[in-house]
Design a protein. Structure first.
Length: 458
């Protein structure tokens, strides 16, 4: 482990802030995590992790002396070396990014910064191009008002972690991107990340270093490029999925199989195999909001992002493909009983932000179906956040399938592969299976008498 340490303040202890804080503490830095939500800080002080992210709890216990949790930024701001901002940047109804949390943080920094040692403010939230400069403008204005002349700089350091693999992605990233205007900022962040860049830390027992892991790239750019790299990355991944979903639609018409097509295309190393899984489309907290944000920002410059707009629209349409398939089988959906397998936007999480399940269930209810649901993690969250959708919650797949006319698989939880489908099918009124994630081969269900429909598979 490294001998030198950096005093880091993290503002916002959600998925990104908490993961970053806990990992930096594990790497030997002194980390103060600040969140304006007092309940979250109370939980963290008791050693409880408020986000459903595997691996954080285990890491938190390893170096507790390096971690401090507080609601008071003023208490920890001055004297720190690096301040990392990781607050939410949700989409407004018109698609623009809601900058209010980030701006509030900038104002708070400006209100409390003193003229002590030079500090580096780092923005890790996903933000429109120009936000690093916006943060600096706000802080400068506050300092001017207070009559304080303070040396500090603002850098962009976007985050690429995936929910469910946040700690893994932080310790073993593909790249670290730093957008800064001064050499000192780049040097400080390079030093902060050096255990990860050189993989000199001892891996946690529960997260060994992957065998073929290659050292991450350290990319330095100006702040605008760093901010755009983040949006472009999410936009590319979302577009790649929309692309394969569109090809899947054609595959069905021409008698091709999308799994074979995706393999054949993805084996070209210029394309790559990942993010070519066809299905009901992408969801989650970021792809949708980031696509809308980049489209909106471009619009403000009079520039239209035609490809990204199409990727967004294709994704919305894709969610209803399973309902078209259902209608082909049942003809009339009104009066039918439909079982939904999985609610979360992807397996391994209870997160329902922009989850396709919500749109699919709302449509089924609108069409007059009765809807039963099962998800191993996300049912309490669904009940809390979407109580207006009247569904029947089931404790397992066998209870779910009872009396159903059809099942729609929305989230590819691995436990669905172990379901005794013969038994499940025996309790159903009709055996129709719409596999929205291509989890199964048709034969697996057909041998138990199901009419099976995947996505892009004839
Ligand atoms: P989150 O909503 O889980 O957490 C944000 C936290 O910030 C909350 O706990 C909130 O209480 C706190 N906060 C808000 N205003 C504050 C203030 N003024 N002072 C202190 N704390 C404040 O958000 P997240 O998922 O961690 O995302 C944070 C940012 O990172 C977003 O811009 C997001 O787009 C980006 N991002 C998220 C992911 C992901 O997988 N979740 C991945 C990469 C990037
Ligand atoms: C995504 C990105 O993968 C992260 O790099 C990024 O940091 C993050 O957004 C963010 O900015 O918040 P995440 O939202 O956790 O991470 O979700 P992913 O695992 O990427 O999956 C997104 C959606 O795409 C899921 O609904 C998943 O089911 C779907 N997907 C994924 C497909 O439909 N097909 C695929 O081949 C891959």
């Amino acid at each position: 482990m490294r001998q030198t340490f950096t005093k880091v303040v993290i503002i916002g202890t959600g998925y990104v802030g908490l993961t970053t804080g806990v990992c930096l503490a594990y790497l030997g830095n002194q980390v103060a995590c600040v969140d304006s939500n007092a309940a979250v800080i109370r939980q963290l002080r008791q050693g409880e992790v408020p986000v459903a992210e595997p691996g954080i709890a285990a890491l938190m216990q390893q170096n507790p002396a390096n971690l401090y949790f507080t609601t008071a930024l003023a208490e920890v701001l001055n004297g720190s070396d690096i301040v990392i901002i990781a607050v939410g940047t949700p989409a407004k109804p018109n698609g623009a990014t809601d900058m209010s949390y980030l701006e509030a943080v900038a104002r708070e920094i400006g209100a409390h910064l003193t003229d002590g040692k030079k500090q580096l403010i780092v923005n890790k939230s996903t933000v429109p191009v120009g936000s690093a400069r916006r943060v600096k403008t706000i802080i400068d204005y506050m300092l001017l008002e207070r009559g304080i002349d303070c040396e500090y700089s603002v850098a962009a350091n976007p985050e690429f972690l995936q929910e469910g693999a946040a700690v893994f992605n932080t310790l073993y990233p593909d790249r670290i991107v730093v957008g800064a205007e001064d050499e000192a900022a780049v040097g400080l962040l390079h030093q902060l990340y050096s255990p990860v860049l050189n993989q000199t830390f001892t891996p946690p027992a529960h997260l060994p270093r992957p065998r073929n892991y290659q050292l991450p790239a350290f990319i330095t750019t100006n702040p605008a490029s760093a901010e755009l790299i983040k949006y472009a990355s999410n936009a590319f991944l979302a577009t790649k999925i929309s692309f394969i979903n569109e090809i899947a639609g054609l595959a069905e018409k021409v008698g091709a199989d999308i799994k074979e097509v995706a393999l054949g295309v993805g084996l070209d190393t210029r394309v790559g195999r990942r993010y070519l899984e066809a299905g009901i489309g992408w969801g989650g907290s970021c792809f949708g909001k980031d696509l809308k944000s980049i489209i909106n920002d471009a619009g403000q410059y009079g520039y239209s992002m035609n490809v990204l707009q199409a990727a967004l629209e294709a994704n919305t349409r894709q969610r209803y493909v399973v309902i078209e398939k259902l209608q082909q089988e049942l003809k009339v959906i009104r009066g039918s009983i439909i079982g939904i397998l999985g609610l979360a936007f992807k397996p391994g999480t209870a997160d329902l932000r922009d989850a396709p399940s919500v749109d699919i269930i709302a449509k089924l209810l609108e069409l007059g179906a009765r809807v039963k649901v099962y998800d191993p993690l996300a049912m309490p969250a669904f009940q809390e956040q979407h109580g207006e959708l009247e569904v029947e919650y089931c404790q397992d797949v066998l209870t779910l399938s009872k009396n159903c006319d059809a099942l729609i698989l929305v989230t590819e939880w691995s436990e669905f592969s172990a379901v005794p489908w013969e038994t499940a099918g025996a309790g159903m009124r009709r055996r129709v299976f719409i596999d929205g994630r291509n989890l199964f081969d048709a034969r697996t269900l057909q041998i138990h008498g199901f009419a099976y429909h995947g996505i892009g598979r004839s």
